[in-house]
Design a protein around this ligand. Sequence first.
Ligand SMILES: Nc1ncnc2c1ncn2[C@@H]1O[C@H](COP(=O)(O)OP(=O)(O)OP(=O)(O)O)[C@@H](O)[C@H]1O
Ligand SMILES: [Mg+2]
Length: 234
Amino acid sequence: MAIVDIRGLKVSFGEKTVVSDASFTVEKGETFSLIGASGCGKSTLLRVLAGLQREWQGEVALFGNPIKANRRFQGTLRRNVQMVFQDPYASLHPNHTLYRTLAEPLKIHGENEIEDKVKTALEQVGLPADAARRFPHQLSGGQRQRVAIARALLLRPQILLLDEPTSALDMSVQAEILNLLNRLKVQHGMSYLLVSHDADVIAHMSDRAAFMANGRIERFFERDALVRGEHRMG
Ligand SMILES: Nc1ncnc2c1ncn2[C@@H]1O[C@H](COP(=O)(O)OP(=O)(O)OP(=O)(O)O)[C@@H](O)[C@H]1O
Ligand SMILES: [Mg+2]
């Protein structure tokens, strides 16, 4: 069963149509990637799937269930789809300790043993337990992105939407985070929908990829095409 099934998705902002006709599926356990020039609608598409962009047209199903536009995600749906944003600094509250940042979603979803779960989450992404007392500005960029990943994983989602998760990081830290993501994916049986402008990252991470231009999917790449580097266009 497809985890994500999008058919004829269209998103407009006023007069401007940003995603005009996108269709694809993400299968369970796979990493499906979106590539394409800046402004072609990649983040907008991810935001629809995260329930953050609520105005859209077309058909979207998550975990086999159709979702409706103009609705807030609730309950298991909200847990099961988590997003890691491009800029971890902007996505973490500057005045909240990491403990608070990580404990809050657990509290909202009525979890117990919150202290243990926060500790485990930090360990899982390779941060020391005492990092819980720190604020975002007391971390490196790579550490902040680890916190963002830890937060996304806390609720055991089925799919992680990764919007340029490592583009703000230098090469060695980037490789560490990508390998961490691959390990966690296997460990938790997740699926990933990844956006990256980096052809090496795409080749390293993806089972399949789609090239977007002008709001449409212009081309699909299977794993063997990615290995051959056919996505390295222009
Ligand atoms: N809330 C909004 N209101 C109006 N226009 C928007 C809004 N969000 C995005 N856009 C526009 O939609 C287009 C697609 O934006 P989007 O962020 O999806 O692109 P992207 O493919 O993620 O680009 P990048 O690679 O630079 O991150 C852009 O022209 C952008 O200016
Ligand atoms: Mg974007």
